[in-house]
Design a protein around this ligand. Structure first.
Ligand code: ADP
Ligand code: MG
Length: 717
């Protein structure tokens, strides 16, 4: 047997349970490396937020270091999630020299607990002045430390929060936890109307991640992919996704090898990955972990994105997270499956067996619909980014109009409920005649799936599908948690008020829910969310259709939003203002960078390719004339040469105009004004420049074209 034959044999894989979580400093590792007292202190810090004394921190740091060294780590880093999106790290060696040629590995409690990364280059929305550019990262014991393995070595990563010296949060973690706590508190209060035994609740989140894979060598030849994350020019190949033969098709070998590899690394880090498959577009894939508590699920999603990109390097691949990397090809999202579960084990979005359970289900279900209706603009703002603008409403992604899909069974239930046709008598479940309190338990299986809705009920959870693939989920989940929590608090107040008037509890709940259905049912939409009819119908209903980010972000600046976040302690005024400013800034920076890259791309690649080819044409035309051919024989070549000139001129002129608009936009005083100018005045040129560039790609010799084409980028051989 030859060597190549041997290496083609399938590897014997270990069972996942043998290595799941082996790279985290979780309960098992802790039991081995630190004392029982230290474990107690970590658990206490995790559960109560109580800070830990230095001596204890020293002890834990020492155990953590010994564990990490036993795994081969040489360095450590605080790992955090700044507001620009990706994760951040700054590595230090454990090594401490003790003499000219001696040293030891050390790691103190001080280094574990707090660090001061040079923070001035992270987005801060003006919170930190440059003369006081100090922020610090502080150990977050609620998330286990882990080892990141790369080809070049291993690093102990310590999850931390990132805070300004003046105390404001500069990352996602603190407000996310606050929003989760707010939701579990109000959920518990409402649950107690039904069951006094409920003392707490958890928010569950399962995040499906879509992504594109591209060969690294081809990727590196596309400055637009490298610097903007998406292609700014490029034509759809003749065979695109028309046949949709990619979806759930067999996974190409090269991709399959990559998937099993990154899954293994992710599983070692305790990320419970469950599913993998091809997506609709060629080159597009999806993976999804088992759902977890929301805060953990979101940490894991950020970590997963890191792992996927790292492992891709080993396979000479690049992961593309952008929401719309290829024009005319489906974009990517990050579906957030969200539910709330009580400490008695009840999923509040699962219809139960008894009438009482189902009144509770309807309470949470209808309150969610009302929360989305009342806060649709804010929810839209929570998913607004320059990249997601290309996807929302692009015929294969949910529109920018917020709506809720609930399926025909529940629509019928709500109709009957609203009409007060509530019968509490237990009746046999019949699929035809729905008795409001006897919602068929088979709902989970018979819920119709609507893949065109931005916010769909899927049997026992809501799926927020409009979140962008590159986004940090905390943006959406902080808003979703907070609007729901606030709604539940209001609901509870209304119920209490009616009960004071001697109205029975059940009657009070029903009456209020009936009112909610009436006032918010406009947000429910069961039809095709991708169609033009919906845009018209939504306008008739008075639902907003905010197509671009800078206008969507205005929802963060309203009094209503400030009251919601500040009165409920999720953000301080300063934090909220800073975050909003960062969002406007992120938008304009992204568009600004794209504008510059596009300018370079057309000048350094597109126009030179076109002119080289045009020169060949001219040589041919002249040559043919020289050997006496009639003018008519060069008609086609003449036309192509002319068309090249026309498109080159159009690119040149539009690029000059775009540059001028950028200059004007940069001179505006506020980030929101600049963002709007970039959106309205600069971005439209991207389309016109691209149109000419794509025309040139079509016209000229394949070999003369300097950029890898879509057909090379998208199809794995
Ligand atoms: P889909 O049809 O959307 O692919 P799946 O059942 O595959 O649905 O679930 C997708 C994601 O939803 C997974 O991450 C899964 O763990 C998560 N999920 C399932 N049930 C719940 C729940 N009750 N709460 C939150 N997430 C859930
Ligand atoms: Mg899904």
């Amino acid at each position: 047997m030859s060597v190549s034959q041997i290496s083609n044999q399938p590897k014997k894989m270990k069972q996942i349970s043998e290595f799941f979580g082996e790279n985290i400093f979780g309960p098992q590792a802790m039991a081995e490396y630190v004392s029982k007292d230290a474990i107690k202190a970590v658990n206490e810090a995790r559960n109560t937020g109580k800070s830990m004394d230095r001596k204890m921190a020293d002890q834990i740091a020492d155990g953590m270091k010994n564990w990490a060294i036993s795994k081969g780590a040489t360095h450590y880093t605080h790992w955090f999630q700044p507001l620009r999106g990706a994760t951040a790290e700054k590595h230090d060696a454990f090594f401490d020299p003790t003499g000219i040629d001696t040293g030891v590995e050390s790691f103190s409690g001080k280094a574990l607990v707090q660090q001061e990364p040079d923070a001035s280059s992270f987005p801060n929305g003006g919170i930190r002045n440059t003369f006081e550019a100090r922020g610090y990262s502080a150990w977050d014991p609620s998330s286990p430390a882990f080892i990141m393995e790369k080809a070049s070595g291993k690093t102990l990563c310590i999850p931390t929060i990132f805070v300004a010296y003046t105390g404001e949060a500069l990352d996602y973690k603190a407000p996310l936890i606050k929003s989760t706590n707010f939701l579990t508190k109000t959920t518990t209060e409402v649950c107690q109307l039904f069951d006094a035994k409920v003392k707490n609740a958890k928010v569950s989140l399962g995040i499906e991640q879509e992504y594109f894979l591209v060969d690294a060598e081809l990727y590196n030849k596309r400055p637009d992919l490298v610097f903007a994350g998406r292609t700014l020019v490029g034509n759809m190949p003749a065979k695109g996704q028309q046949l949709e033969d990619h979806y759930f098709g067999s996974i190409p070998d090269r991709v399959y090898n990559y998937m099993t590899d990154f899954e293994q690394e992710a599983l070692k880090l305790g990320i419970p990955l469950k599913t993998r498959h091809n997506e609709v577009a060629p080159g597009q894939f999806e993976c999804a972990p088992m759902f977890e508590e929301a805060d953990v699920a979101i940490d894991h999603n950020s970590l997963l994105m890191d792992v996927m990109q790292n492992v891709a390097n080993r396979h000479n691949l690049k992961v593309i997270w952008h929401e719309k990397p290829f024009k005319g090809v489906n974009g990517s999202g990050k579906h957030n499956n969200w539910s709330i579960v009580t400490d008695t084990g009840v999923n509040l979005f699962s219809p139960g067996q008894s009438p009482q359970d189902n009144l509770q289900f309807l309470t949470f279900f209808i309150n969610t619909i009302k929360a989305v209706y009342d806060n649709a603009d804010l929810l839209r703002a929570s998913i607004a980014t320059a990249a997601n603008d290309h996807r929302l409403g692009a015929n294969e992604a949910p529109p920018a109009i917020m709506s809720v899909f609930i399926g025909s069974t529940l629509s019928e239930v709500l109709n009957q409920f609203e009409a007060d046709k509530v019968s509490k008598k237990p009746s046999r479940v019949s699929e035809k005649t729905i008795n409001v309190y006897r919602i068929p338990e088979i709902l989970l299986d018979n819920t119709d799936r609507n893949r065109t809705s931005p916010f769909a009920f899927t049997g026992n959870k809501f799926e927020f599908r409009a979140v962008g693939s590159s986004d940090h989920c905390a943006n959406a989940i902080i808003v979703l948690n907070t609007i729901m929590a606030n709604q539940l608090a209001n609901f509870k107040k209304e119920v209490d008020a009616l009960m004071k008037k001697k109205i029975s509890k059940t009657e009070a709940i029903e009456q209020i829910l009936r009112g909610y259905i009436k006032s918010s049912k406009k947000i429910i939409f069961e039809g095709n969310g991708y169609g033009d009819e919906w845009v018209k119908e939504a306008a008739k209903r008075g639902l907003n259709n905010i197509k671009t980010t800078p206008y969507a972000l205005d929802a963060y600046n309203t009094k209503k939003t400030h009251d919601l976040f500040i009165n409920n302690g999720i953000f301080t005024t300063k934090e909220l203002e800073a975050r909003t400013e960062i969002k406007f800034e992120n938008y304009l920076l992204k568009v600004q960078i794209e504008g510059r890259i596009l300018g370079e791309l057309v000048k350094n690649y597109v126009i030179p390719s076109a002119v080289n080819y045009q020169k060949q044409l001219i040589d041919s035309i002249e040559g043919l004339a020289r050997i006496g051919h009639a003018k008519s024989t060069t008609k086609a070549l003449n036309e192509i040469a002319k068309e090249i000139s026309e498109n080159v001129n159009a690119i040149w002129e539009n690029n000059a105009k775009m540059t001028e608009e950028r200059r004007k936009a940069n001179n505006l005083s506020h980030a929101d004004k600049r963002a709007k100018a970039y959106c309205d005045k600069v971005k439209p040129y991207f389309e016109s420049i691209r149109e000419s560039a794509d025309k040139l790609e079509e016209l000229i010799d394949n070999d003369a074209w300097k950029l890898p084409k879509y057909r090379d980028l998208l199809f794995f051989k």
